[in-house]
Design a protein. Sequence first.
Length: 197
Amino acid sequence: MSLPPFRGLPPNAPPTRHGVFMRTLAKFLLKLGGWKLVGEFPNEPKMMLIAVPHSSAWDAYWGFLVKIGYDMNISFLGKKEAFWFPLGILLRWLGGQPIDRHSASGVVDQVAKSFQDNDRKWVILAPEGTRRAVTRWRSGFWHIAKQANVPLAGIYFDYPSKTIGLGPVFELTDDLDADLERIRAWFKPYFGKHRGV
């Protein structure tokens, strides 16, 4: 499937925040690495995003360069213990959202509430939950999207073509297993640094 080159953020995207110098540097590093960004985001103020396949720590590096270079305000989830000073300052600047994994409210409830508390918010996570190959994805992203009533869209990392692509909005049903199977199938053509889906 061939997607057009990325042409910019839609009007309803969360407000941007990266300065000209950082955007220019990030785009230069992406170009130096040979990477390109294709596709477009849906014009949604709130959205859950999944990045697949996640097979290398390099995914975060290229992903952050895209996020900064194209001035995207996308949050990612991290355990609250990682947000210690001074690392927490950097993680929050990069879009980190601390999550208390031991809270009685649970991770899904915490993220769903963060959607309710913001007029515009995009959150991304890797459903594989690890860089190793897995036979079943973690379903937290599905539960968050359903509970927060926000669209779910995909982003793929294809290392052979050095492409980061913005995929479609996935229509969710009440059948978790069928939805996961259908969404995984969409990502099958793409291959990460060490493996596919």
